[in-house]
Design a protein around this ligand. Structure first.
Ligand SMILES: Nc1ncnc2c1ncn2[C@@H]1O[C@H](COP(=O)(O)OP(=O)(O)O)[C@@H](O)[C@H]1O
Ligand SMILES: [Mg+2]
Length: 525
């Protein structure tokens, strides 16, 4: 609502987002000539003038403390003040998205990339703690991730100001945000130190590992009760790609007693990094991803649509740079991304993963043969039970059971299989190969297999930034610079920004790696 107005010397341009304590705007600093982010807290939302003064004071006091922090992993604070009925804080504008958006992206980015964000946050938190500043509100939306993957923590100290005004805020019904990431000592209102941030970072890391919050509940009180009393489920039980060694690290980082946790945030993330890469993971990764087409370049230069700008526009495909950041991780892409709430169909489940149906298994005596051997005696034949089952994949795909070529069929198809467990592999161009454990139990049983469309990622940067992106005629939600996910195949992308000529290009996605593209927009005439 403040667009076009002036706050301090800053001109408000557009809203970036809002949360429990205020609204964040993109704004312009006319003196320095740079774009900044301004967080504005409206004081007239919060009770009596005395309460408003109190909130403004605690807000500015905390900014004063947090303002001394200078670290590449921490959003710099430029200015703060009070104007009319608003307190505001002016800070570095971070292009990209929040870690929250990354965690809920579909498909999810590879797990190593997610853990790398947590690792960067851990270093920034240790730095802040060494300077006597506790964040108190570490959560995915307070970790901003730039297009190149560099992460920055925002909102240092603001939670303390909010906490000082908790009564005021809750009186007027303002949402205080989520308690999901609060430590037990925070829930109890005890004095805090850096270990509360270690806890919250562990909750973030747990969410990255499993796709679920460790203490999820239906309402605040339930969540808080779980934080105080419950041990979360081991992450490896929710995501088979996580090693049991990582379970132990997570359990320590989420110890109710701060003294039992890791001595620092980076000690925690170092332990998690090591444990995550522990041996058991290799068994899981081997069969996972086989990007269908090896050539690494998804971008082809063929921008015939609005040709007028051809000369002034440049585009660069920085494959090497992007691969250095994410390429290695892309190999494990499918491993880390499936939320455990739906582990069976979408997941390239390793042999150890849960089968799709969990009926009691027949005795081990049944051999892995589709039909009873003719030479077997009548007694043996009776023991070998077979069932004719229907394999139905969405969309249709080539299916092989137990890697036996004679079982190959194209979905939907019927196969006669020995009762018990089998491994099914389904493949189709443009989709991630699926490997799943199945349990054959009865004749006519339908076995659904859901393939997930393979996507490639394209990081688009424009100069100036903030262009809208449309892919094949549909406008996407995010502005440049950002990373978009595209299905395999051919797409037309159009970049548009007020005052600049639209720029269109064609892209053919052939692999699931991350590629980059930079465009200099030409002014419109
Ligand atoms: N310095 C910043 N640069 C760019 N975007 C920001 C910045 N600070 C906040 N944002 C955006 O504004 C949104 C709202 O922030 P905030 O009011 O702190 O709520 P929350 O942290 O609960 O999401 C964030 O989710 C983020 O997308
Ligand atoms: Mg925030």
């Amino acid at each position: 609502m403040l667009e076009g107005t002036q706050i301090g010397r800053f001109r408000v341009l557009s809203e970036l987002g809002h949360g429990g304590m205020g609204t964040v705007y993109r704004a312009e600093d006319p003196i320095i000539g740079r774009t900044v982010a301004i967080k504005v807290v409206r004081l007239d939302d919060v009770g009596s003038p005395e309460m408003q003064r109190h909130l403004a004071q605690s807000f500015l006091r905390e900014i004063h403390t947090a303002g001394v922090l200078q670290h590449p992993g921490i959003v710099s604070i430029y200015d703060a003040g009070k104007q009319d009925n608003m307190a505001y804080i002016v800070m570095e504008l971070v292009p990209g998205s929040t870690f929250e958006a990354m965690l809920s992206a579909s498909p999810r980015p590879p797990l190593p990339a997610l853990l790398d964000v947590c690792r960067q946050a851990s270093a920034a938190l240790d730095y802040a703690h060494a300077h006597g500043v506790i964040h108190r509100d570490i959560k995915p939306s307070n970790i901003l991730v730039q297009p190149g993957g560099a992460a920055k923590i925002v909102d240092f100290g603001i939670a303390k100001a909010a906490q000082a005004s908790t009564m005021i805020l809750s009186q007027t019904g303002t949402t205080l945000g989520t308690p999901d990431y609060m430590s037990p000592e925070q829930v109890m209102g005890k004095p805090l130190d850096g270990r509360t941030d270690q806890w919250s970072l562990a909750v973030v890391a747990y969410t990255a590992l499993t796709g679920l919050r460790p203490f999820a509940g239906e309402h605040f009180t339930q969540v808080m009760g779980r934080i105080m009393n419950d041990a979360p489920r081991p992450p490896s039980a929710l995501n088979p790609a996580v090693s049991p060694a990582a379970d132990a690290v997570m359990a320590q980082s989420l110890a109710k007693d701060p003294a039992q946790r890791f001595p620092s945030c980076s000690a925690f993330m170092a332990a998690l990094g090591e444990a995550y890469a522990a041996p058991s993971r290799e068994n899981v990764t081997v069969t996972m991803v086989t990007p269908r087409t090896p050539p690494p370049l998804p971008v082809q230069e063929a921008p015939p649509s609005p040709p007028p700008q051809r000369k002034t526009l440049r585009w660069v495909v920085g494959v090497a740079a992007a691969l250095a950041v994410l390429g290695g991780a892309a190999v494990a892409w499918r491993m880390g991304q499936s939320p455990p709430s739906a582990p069976a169909p979408g997941e390239p489940a390793p042999q150890v993963a849960a089968p799709q149906t969990r009926a009691p298994r027949p005795r081990k005596t049944s051999p892995n043969k589709p039909a009873p051997a003719a030479s077997a005696g009548p007694a043996a034949a009776r023991e070998i039970r077979t069932h004719t089952v229907q394999l139905v994949s969405t969309p249709d795909a080539d299916i092989v059971v137990d890697d036996k070529p004679e079982s190959a069929c194209h979905s939907p198809c019927s196969l006669t299989l020995a009762a018990g467990s089998h491994t099914v592999r389904a493949t189709r161009a443009g989709y991630y190969p699926l490997q799943a454990g199945i349990d054959v139990q009865s004749d006519g049983q339908q076995i659904p297999l859901n393939l997930e469309q393979a996507t490639g990622s394209l990081m688009i940067k424009t100069d100036p930034q903030g262009a809208t992106i449309s892919a094949d005629g549909t406008v996407l939600g995010s502005l440049t610079a950002t990373t978009i996910h595209l299905a395999m195949g051919h797409h037309t992308i159009v970049l548009a920004k007020d005052g600049f000529a639209p720029y269109s290009f064609e892209v053919t996605v052939e692999d699931s790696l991350v590629h980059t593209m930079s465009v200099t927009l030409a002014p419109a005439h």
